[in-house]
Design a protein around this ligand. Structure first.
Ligand code: M6R
Length: 605
């Protein structure tokens, strides 16, 4: 989603701004732009193509300067077009970029139009630029503090003014923004990765903060205008543009990194102990009576899988809620619940808002399973388990999902132990199985050639069904999400027992039906559901364990999974579904790492 970079320095900052944008590309965008203070004037360059094109454009025009801002835009208000791309100017005096959504933009636009401002875009951002200009007092920092009070909604902004050449002002509310502190120069960005190699001294702005950046000054005030002392942290951010190595896409690379990612996530787990989740974990785990999981997208499916584990192993009641629904729903608060947020980025606006909503109802036992240690989610939760998937660049989540599952299984065992439901023998068996996961995943990855053959068939389809039962139903959901988001094939997932209650009507010879078929307690039931599909001519594509006793026949294609993995089987069964989606998308020629309309980090509602 939108990315911001800003800088004030005594050297030409154009390469820093463009490099920063490249590092934010993974978040997803459809246009980009940069504005600089040049000889007492504002100058900008914008593009609806990639940052590389913007860079060529900037090079050609010779645009350079010491103070400026840059942006990658993911369209919300107004189509992806040059005139809607940021930075937006107001009366050639104010330049501004924005991430988020201003809910009262219509009302402000009407007011500003009445005051004589002309709009050249459909964006809510241009409204903020004109508002800052209208309220400008000669002191940009002071003006922005007043202007943001008029905004309803979510924003991270970076702004500079023609009349104050060595100053950039930033503000945040509901969207992430960080400050990079340099030596006689200062920076702003959406995340620390944008500044990798420039500075590792990072300040995480808090909700309502406004920051004044000058060459020798980095001054922050809170929403009440009081000086705010925010710690400077040393953050060793890796560049998101990690080397692709032998892979064609980041998604493929990230699928193949899963043995390492799971190994790293579980590294140091020598036994089951609450402290793995934080110092206060034992006290919190001891007093809870249920679990409430809040998440979006793939992370939500990780939560759904964990419900099966938590209820059967730890015997604790679990609710899993889609964060964007929960935050607005009237629900019955339970202060004794453990609220678990799951998020790769730790910056997903809906999940953060759902967490805040839960806390506002006295649910303060909070834990996050998150891949970014420095994210808002980790800062806002009492407890955290950091998955160590490493930077995930592909929009489609893969290694983040399996590492979330590994962490959630660990949480399950820990709660089971605290609740007296885990014997030493069970603990040892489970730990052994978890340690074996990297090897087991590697043997599933070796199935790639067989999956490529299936993908060629799938590439010609426009619809697909995914079936699973029990804890493999969320895996079917995740498989369908992967296929639709990167190959644009319409895909639906159902618990196989639901087929006859409606979706069976869709089944014809044209319908591929992917079935997740581990040899678990539900295998015979699943086989009956498969018969229902075959009887209607549906083509079955089944991922079955050796012991599932399902053999290929007419209309029934089987890929044999290397081993049955008991309770941890969802972690293995999702991998062929990721590969199937990847190779189908590849065969259809889509933009695998940056699928249309999607963003990596969803920082708006
Ligand atoms: O960063 P998060 O885990 O909070 O993101 C949640 C979803 O936006 C994310 O999982 C999304 O569904 C992925 N594109 C799925 O591949």
């Amino acid at each position: 989603m939108c990315g911001i970079v800003g800088a004030v320095a005594k050297r030409n900052i154009t390469p820093i701004l463009l490099q920063g944008l490249k590092r934010l590309e993974y978040r997803g965008y459809d246009s980009c732009g940069v504005a600089l203070h040049v000889d007492g004037m504002l100058q900008r360059s914008r593009s609806t193509a990639r940052v590389a094109e913007l860079e060529a454009q900037v090079e050609k025009s010779g645009l350079s300067g010491f103070t400026g801002i840059a942006h990658t835009r993911w369209a919300t208000h107004g189509a992806p077009a040059s005139h809607n791309a940021h930075p937006h100017f107001s009366r050639e005096r104010i330049a501004l970029v924005h991430n988020g959504i201003i809910e009262n933009h219509d009302e402000l636009r009407a007011e500003l139009k009445a005051a004589g401002y002309e709009f050249e875009s459909q964006t809510d951002t241009e409204v903020i630029a004109h508002l800052v200009d209208q309220m400008y007092t000669g002191d940009l920092f002071e003006t922005v503090q007043q202007a943001v009070k008029r905004l309803h909604g979510a924003y991270a902004i970076a702004v500079f003014c023609r009349d104050e050449p060595h100053r950039v002002v930033g503000a945040r509310q509901g969207s992430p923004l960080i400050v990079g502190v340099g030596d006689g120069e200062n920076f702003l960005a959406s995340d620390a990765m944008a500044l990798a190699g420039i500075t590792d001294q990072i300040i995480y702005l808090e909700e309502g903060d406004v920051v004044d950046l000058q060459l020798q000054r980095c001054w922050i005030v809170d929403s009440d205008g009081k000086p705010a002392d925010r710690p400077v942290r040393t953050v060793h951010a890796h560049s998101g543009a990690a080397e692709l190595g032998p892979y064609r896409h980041y998604m493929q690379k990230e699928i193949f990194e899963q043995p390492r990612a799971i190994g790293d996530t579980l590294e140091g787990v020598t036994g089951i102990m609450p402290e793995l989740f934080g110092d206060k974990a034992y006290d919190i785990f001891k007093k809870i009576d249920s679990v409430l999981i809040l998440a979006c997208g793939t992370s939500y499916y990780a939560g759904l899988t964990a419900k099966y584990w938590l209820e059967s192993i730890a015997q604790i009641p679990v609710n899993v809620e889609i964060a964007s629904e929960y935050r607005y729903r009237d629900s019955v608060p339970n202060p004794k619940a453990l609220v678990v947020t799951i998020s790769q980025s730790g910056e997903t606006a809906d999940t953060l808002a759902a967490l805040k909503h839960a806390r506002s109802m006295d649910m303060t036992n909070t834990l996050t399973i998150c891949n970014v240690a420095t994210s808002a989610m980790v800062r806002e939760c009492a407890l955290a388990y950091i998955t160590r998937a490493g930077v995930e660049v592909g929009v489609a989540s893969t290694k983040a999902f399996t590492t979330q599952l590994a962490a959630l299984f660990l949480l399950t065992l820990t709660l089971a132990q605290v609740r007296g439901r885990l014997s030493e023998e069970q603990e040892a068996t489970c730990l052994k199985a978890m340690r074996h996961l990297p090897v087991a995943i590697s043997s599933v990855l070796a199935l790639e050639p067989q999956i490529i053959a299936w993908a060629e068939e799938f590439a010609r389809k426009e619809n697909a069904l995914f079936l699973g039962r029990g804890m493999h139903y969320p895996i079917a959901l995740e498989g369908a999400l992967k296929l639709k988001e990167i190959s644009y094939i319409h895909a639906e997932a159902y618990p196989a027992g639901e087929l006859k209650h409606g979706p069976l009507a869709l089944v014809t010879e044209e319908m591929p039906v992917v079935t997740v078929a581990p040899n678990d307690a539900l295998i015979e039931k699943l086989k009956s559901n498969m018969q229902e599909v075959r009887a209607r001519g549906g083509q079955l594509y089944v991922f079955a364990d050796a012991d599932s006793k399902i053999a290929s026949s007419e209309g029934l294609h089987v890929i044999r999974m290397p081993e049955h993995y008991g309770k941890l089987s969802p972690i293995l069964h999702v991998i062929p579904l990721q590969l199937l989606a990847y190779h189908t998308a590849l065969a259809r020629g889509t933009d695998v790492d940056k699928p249309r309309n999607l963003a990596k980090s969803v920082t708006v509602e």
